[in-house]
Design a protein around this ligand. Structure first.
Ligand code: FAD
Length: 462
């Protein structure tokens, strides 16, 4: 039996494992819900909701071609063992990026079954080699979806096709009402709307909290769950670029393509899951009240609160806000980063461990011995000068004059607003954090590498 195991590749177009398996005849398209994965601290009900929406779409597409999508709620090895009892031999088809790769390699070797792995492998060290490999990946034609899909009439009882059972599976956390909806069709609609009109101010709006929610591609969740391939995005954008006559429009699209390239480059970095004991030593004692206030957007620092409330509501934030809320909890409040990192991961619909962990570690001093301490008041004024974003999400500040919106505690009528005073003096706290991180600095301090910049941000090597 030819088994296609879906993971974070929930699509039918440019799905090489499916295209290749279908050439062999009968196939068994399968999505396994592994309880152990969904119990992990970084996953939540909103991710599962996105996956369900993606599966519904995928199932419709497969049915449209005469097939069916099968499911199982079990650990992957248990499912494969049952399948092996039913079918004498198995060919398993997956993408190289599948989170199941390691388990499947072990299981297929041990059970002498064949594993077919598709997708490019990128060099993690040399930029030159990476560029060459990435170019050849993105220029290759996309894999067409099979014209017809044939699936077995009978399958072992460990598999089912009824989505109701999936809806009954419980994952921690709350569902989201105003988030992006999962599925390949939505991914294509999102790319279309970006390339038709939304890209026009991509660069200019990148850091601005509200404008970026329209002007950036908003493809991250679709890429993260594999509703669309990077190759499809690259080829469609390149086509658009070639038809552009206006230099400014070209610039926007080129900037977008460089982000897509950055994604592939970043995700091919090996995750460094490490807890730097030196950094742990300079942290404050865990403060649950601070953590909860940060998570619920009640720190009294308006741009942080607006960012966290917008994330809870929409499941998305732009890059600058992600940096800011991460630096605030881990560097300004100096709380240990793992629990906040998991809490953020649970809220981002586009949560991708390789990207999320990489950036969190980079900001909090756990990667390459660098740290980024951000002044949210100063950066807030730069990216949301008139406080439109703050007023949208922190309604307590709706009517506060613009000169006070980033520092409402200076407003004479502050105590009538019903908004909390700041949890901490940000400037003093950042200064202290800087001193503590610098105490970890070895010889680099005198080399002039360490220091602040005009954004009020301290970035230095530790
Ligand atoms: C602390 C932190 C955590 C992050 N966690 C995630 C995550 O879990 N998942 C995720 O997809 N992105 C993550 N990012 C990167 C970035 O913020 C998002 O990719 C971006 O905001 C998504 O919006 P968009 O699709 O509209 O982006 P666009 O600007 O339209 O970019 C297009 C695509 O390029 C990729 N991309 C954009 N910026 C970057 C970048 N700086 N590095 C690598 N790839 C990039 C994304 O896949 C994105 O969908 C994180 C950033 C930080 C600072």
């Amino acid at each position: 039996m030819n088994i296609i195991l879906f993971d974070r590749d929930l699509r039918i177009f440019d799905h090489q494992p499916m295209a290749e398996a279908a050439k062999m005849g009968e196939i068994l398209p399968l999505y396994i819900i592994e309880p152990s994965q969904w119990e992990a601290p970084a996953y939540s009900a909103r991710h599962f909701q996105f996956v369900i929406e993606s599966l519904e779409d995928l199932s419709d597409q497969i049915q449209g071609k005469g097939g069916r999508l099968f499911y199982s709620i079990n650990e992957v090895e248990i499912v494969l063992e049952k399948l092996l009892e039913a079918y004498d031999s198995m060919n398993v088809f997956i993408h190289r990026s599948s989170g199941l790769l390691e388990k499947l390699t072990g299981w297929t070797e041990e059970n002498q079954q064949r594993l077919f792995i598709y997708g490019a492998e990128f060099d993690q060290v040399s930029a030159k080699a990476f560029n060459k490999q990435f170019q050849s990946y993105r220029d290759e034609p996309c894999a067409e979806a099979p014209a017809k899909i044939f699936v077995p009439k009978e399958t072992p009882s460990i598999l089912f096709t009824d989505m109701k059972k999936i809806h009954q599976f419980r994952v921690k956390g709350k569902k989201i009402r105003f988030g992006q909806q999962g599925g390949e069709s939505r991914a294509i609609e999102t790319l279309d709307s970006f390339l038709e009109e939304r890209y026009a101010n991509y660069v200019e709006n990148q850091q601005k909290p509200l404008p970026s929610s329209f002007s950036s591609s908003r493809l991250s969740a679709y890429i993260a769950w594999g509703n669309i391939s990077v190759r499809t995005i690259f080829q469609r954008t390149t086509e658009k670029l070639q038809s552009c006559e206006n230099d400014d429009e070209k610039l926007q699209l080129e900037a977008f393509l460089s982000k897509i390239t950055a994604r592939v480059r970043t995700t091919c970095n090996q995750p460094e899951h490490k807890q730097d004991t030196e950094v742990s030593k300079i942290k404050n004692e865990w403060n649950e009240e601070w953590f909860q206030r940060w998570l619920e957007g009640r720190t009294g620092v308006p741009v942080i609160d607006a960012a966290m409330r917008s994330l809870v509501k929409t499941g998305w934030m732009n890059y600058s806000l992600r940096e800011m809320v991460t630096s605030f909890i881990a560097n300004t409040l100096m709380l240990d980063g793992q629990k906040p990192s998991d809490a953020l991961a649970q809220l981002y619909l586009d949560y991708d461990p390789a990207l999320h962990d990489f950036y969190v570690q980079q900001i909090t001093g756990l990667r390459m011995k660098k740290v980024k301490i951000i002044n949210p008041i100063k950066v807030g004024k730069q990216i949301d000068p008139d406080g439109t974003f703050i007023r949208r999400y922190v309604t307590e500040l709706e009517k506060v004059p613009v000169e006070y919106v980033h520092e409402p505690w200076l407003y004479p009528a502050f105590y009538q607003l019903g908004y909390p005073p700041p949890i901490i003096d940000v400037i003093k706290a950042n200064k202290l954090a800087g001193q503590r991180f610098k105490s970890l600095t070895k010889k680099d301090e005198s080399s002039g590498k360490n220091g602040g910049d005009e954004t009020g941000q301290l970035s230095f090597d530790i």
